[in-house]
Design a protein around this ligand. Structure first.
Ligand SMILES: NC(=O)C1=CN([C@@H]2O[C@H](COP(=O)(O)OP(=O)(O)OC[C@H]3O[C@@H](n4cnc5c(N)ncnc54)[C@H](O)[C@@H]3O)[C@@H](O)[C@H]2O)[C@@H](O)CC1
Ligand SMILES: Nc1ncnc2c1ncn2[C@@H]1O[C@H](COP(=O)(O)OP(=O)(O)O)[C@@H](O)[C@H]1O
Ligand SMILES: [K+]
Length: 488
């Protein structure tokens, strides 16, 4: 399990640890980890040109001490002093080691341009608001330079506690983060700007509280995934009911059923009108299909979880099917058109059994009234708020998928690829998550494991090239195989 913390959590832990150690110890630990990471990236330290972007706080102090270590190994290190003041002891050590300074004007810009490696020590967890000048300009100069940038603690311009970026931010090849991962390194847009993330142990572990955010690893998912045992049969493994698709949107039914079948459901029951029924029958002879003359679940059979919404439409038929599904006593996953209906009629969600909703930002916007862009900029907060407000588990889709449930750390998933941004992949995800619900996982585990598997299946299906949704469903078994073989 990867854990991450807000700036306030980190600061409180640092405070406790610092009280037990001689002054400056933590910064020395941070700087030596940072210098080692820079040296590894440079390959050959002696003679290389390193440019430090140094802000006014301790983030700049880390950069200066690391710069001193690199200078002692023969690197030509220049520091662009960007703040109104500079970490005094750090600067002294840096100058003593042979480092040189450049102003934040033309000389600084040249130092950035000619560097082999740039170290971003502008701001860390002490940042507030968008970068101010001259930091803003330096961040942009670093992004335009040929050399890679190593960010100290967080890329400057990324909010450490949310991943939010307002204005300019440094695009790092590597972020060397001190003591513990910051939430903003796991959540886009921050995660995308952080590059690789390397954690330097400064002894903070015992002082950290419960994490703000966690990310499942492959081993975590493998441990959570249900597997059939000798005494399994199709009913005991879990039956998924799918209410998706319409005469207009037949594909959604095929994709959701496919996702459920390939993610290990014991059986999939599909109920819908004539057109999607014909398509589901043609694609998935394994599914047990009921053709409906009217919107009713009578005679469809028992299931352990329902998936409702993809391609269902938003008319009276769809509304009635959704209401009947939600009136059941088993877990329900609501996606797509189901969410549009719930946005119109929130009372539908008032039920005892668990609900997992799987909106993208546009659908969440309909549910909560927040703007789509605002949601994408701060997905953690919006997913958390929606989970608390609606009393359900929220899986917010997008470049980082986040799963929020009241009173639990948000789970974030970054296994996906931008190639997944294509029609129908969300329908597959709903089927995969439905299969995990039917196999007995709770909404929180089912949502986060499904996001992981779906992202991995996307990577397998894509391999760097376009994918299509049916290909993602087809790759789900390979994703499961990869996880379980790695962890056995
Ligand atoms: N406290 C500790 O013991 C340790 C701190 N460490 C480092 O210290 C950092 C935190 O240091 P600080 O608390 O001094 O804070 P920072 O260095 O992150 O930033 C604070 C400074 O930046 C300025 N600033 C804030 N927002 C700005 C903006 N938007 N534009 C321009 N300037 C802005 C402030 O005026 C202040 O001078 C960590 O991120 C980490 O790099 C590490 O050395 C580990 C140990
Ligand atoms: N930029 C991206 N990077 C990674 N995954 C993405 C990105 N954009 C979308 N996705 C994923 O692709 C899927 C799209 O789902 P959705 O928006 O519901 O599409 P549809 O309704 O067409 O099926 C989600 O799983 C989402 O997390
Ligand atoms: K930084």
């Amino acid at each position: 399990m990867r854990t991450a913390y807000t700036a306030d959590q980190i600061r409180a832990a640092e405070h406790e640890l610092m009280a037990r150690l001689p002054e400056g110890t933590l910064m020395q630990r941070a700087a030596s980890g940072l210098a080692a990471a820079c040296a590894a990236m440079l390959g050959k330290v002696y003679g290389s040109r390193v440019t430090l972007l140094v802000g006014s706080g301790d983030n700049g102090g880390d950069a200066l001490y690391a710069g001193a270590l690199l200078a002692r190994r023969g690197a030509r290190v220049e520091a662009v002093l960007a703040g109104g003041r500079t970490h005094e002891a750090g600067l002294e050590a840096f100058l003593l080691a042979g480092g040189r300074t450049a102003g934040d004007g033309a000389a600084g810009a040249e130092a950035v341009e000619r560097a082999d490696l740039i170290v971003d020590g502008l701001v860390g967890i002490g940042a507030s608001g968008p970068l101010r000048e001259p930091y803003w300009g330096l961040a942009r100069a670093a992004n335009a330079a040929a050399a890679p940038t190593v960010a100290v603690d967080v890329p400057s311009g990324v909010d450490a506690s949310s991943g939010r970026v307002e204005g300019a931010a440094v695009e790092a090849a590597l972020t060397v983060t001190m003591g513990a991962r910051k939430t903003g390194l796991l959540v886009d847009p921050g995660a995308a700007l952080a590059g690789e993330v390397e954690l330097v142990d400064i002894g903070l572990g015992p002082y950290l509280p419960d994490p703000d955010v966690v990310g499942l690893t492959g081993a975590d998912v493998a441990a959570l995934l249900p597997r059939p045992a000798a005494e399994s049969d199709k009913y005991r493994r879990g039956v998924v009911g799918v209410v998706a698709g319409s005469d207009q949107y037949t594909g959604a039914a095929v994709l959701a059923v496919g996702g459920a079948l390939l993610a290990g459901a014991g059986m999939v029951r599909y109920a819908g009108p004539g057109e999607p029924v014909a398509q589901v029958r043609a694609h998935w002879p394994e599914a047990v299909v009921t053709e409906l003359e009217r919107p009713s679940l009578d005679g469809v059979g028992r299931v352990q979880a329902w998936v409702v919404g993809p391609g269902l439409g938003t008319g009276d038929w769809a509304r009635e099917m959704l209401a009947q599904v939600l009136a059941s006593d088993v877990p329900v996953l609501v996606d797509a058109d189901g969410l549009t209906l719930v946005a119109r009629e929130r009372d539908l969600l008032g039920r005892e059994a668990p609900v997992l909703v799987t909106p993208h930002a546009g659908e969440l916007s309909r549910l909560t009234g927040a703007g789509r862009e605002e949601i994408e900029a701060d997905r953690l907060r919006h997913a958390r708020d929606a989970a608390a407000d609606l009393g359900v588990t929220v899986l917010l889709k997008g470049s980082t998928t986040v799963v929020a449930e009241p009173d639990r750390p948000v789970r974030v998933n970054g296994t996906g690829t931008a190639w997944l941004a294509t029609g129908g992949t969300g329908d597959v995800l709903s089927g995969v998550a439905g299969a995990l619900l039917a196999q007995g996982l709770g909404c929180y585990d089912a949502g986060s494991c499904a996001a992981y598997l779906h992202g991995l299946a996307g990577r397998i299906a894509s391999s760097g090239a376009p994918l299509h949704a049916a290909g993602v469903a087809a790759a789900v078994p390979a994703a499961i195989r990869e996880l379980t073989s790695r962890s056995s």
